[in-house]
Design a protein around this ligand. Structure first.
Ligand code: ADP
Length: 250
């Protein structure tokens, strides 16, 4: 961000490096419930990002001094695999993953009915298997589906997407080169049913008009992503019914 531009990010037809229009998302696929041993899980691909989310809980929180007698604590952990980026990433937490884990925990606590589970923890693990810009949005989106898949009481899911600015234009869902050589990146997350904003960050600079345009793009995209999240849950549910019918035929 803010780097000297040494790459054209938009061609003469107004298309981006990967052929997308300004307001177009990368392709997103979500599959719910693919890990047997987690209480809930989701696997998400978003462009070249590959993300696995797993949920455990609610269960008694240890150590006990970390318990909250009035509610459950949502503990999200965002981790990038060593092999997720072109140069091997040093394993273990760093400043960036600690920051993203914190903002994920805070966002997800907005939707879980935490008052129903005093002294408990809801653990959310997100592994970034391949990273190509926008992984925090991908992580929140996948984690929400995994929470719903775990059957944890919640008011809604959270959908997340970034917008930003490249070559002087406000665009949706920055890819890797756009993130590196663009002018701004604005990750946003909302609770779609209420419109409440649960994540808003800005890396780079925008005018107020550009900021408003970027927010509108990101929020509209969150509603599209919400449909994909719900489809993933519906598909999971219908698959269960199918396998039940298979059993009856035996
Ligand atoms: P986000 O993934 O949410 O966009 P950043 O803006 O911090 O978060 O990172 C942008 C992208 O930079 C990541 O998606 C990833 O592709 C790349 N990246 C992040 N951390 C590293 C790292 N330690 N080594 C190499 N690439 C990284």
């Amino acid at each position: 961000m803010g780097m000297d531009k040494d790459m054209d990010l938009i061609d003469e037809d107004g298309l981006r490096l990967d052929g997308r229009k300004f307001d177009e998302l990368r392709e997103i696929n979500i599959e719910a419930g693919i890990l047997k041993r987690a209480d809930g899980s989701a696997y998400l691909t978003w462009g070249k990002n590959k993300v696995m989310a797993a949920v455990y809980g609610p269960r008694e929180l240890h150590p006990r001094h970390a318990q909250d007698p009035s509610k459950a604590v949502v503990q999200a952990r965002y981790n990038m695999a060593s092999f997720s980026v072109p140069d091997r990433k040093r394993p273990g937490p760093d400043r960036r993953s600690v920051e993203i884990s914190k903002l994920m925990s805070e966002a997800l606590e907005e939707i879980v009915f935490v008052e129903q589970f005093p002294r408990s923890a809801v653990d959310v693990f997100v592994e970034i298997l391949e990273a190509s810009a926008g992984t925090r949005c991908a992580a929140i989106t996948a984690a929400s589906v995994a929470l719903a898949d775990a059957g944890i009481p919640m008011s809604d899911m959270i959908a997340s997407c970034a917008s930003g600015k490249i070559d002087g234009h406000v665009v949706l869902d920055l890819g890797k080169n756009e993130d590196n050589f663009g002018e701004a990146d604005v990750p946003v997350a909302i609770v779609p049913r209420t419109g409440k904003i649960t994540l808003l960050q800005m890396d780079g600079n925008l005018t107020i008009e550009e900021y408003e345009e970027a927010m509108e793009l990101a929020i509209n995209a969150c509603h599209e992503i919400y449909d994909i999240q719900r489809e993933a849950l519906k598909k999971r549910y219908s698959t269960s019914i199918d396998s039940y019918e298979d059993l009856e035929e035996v």
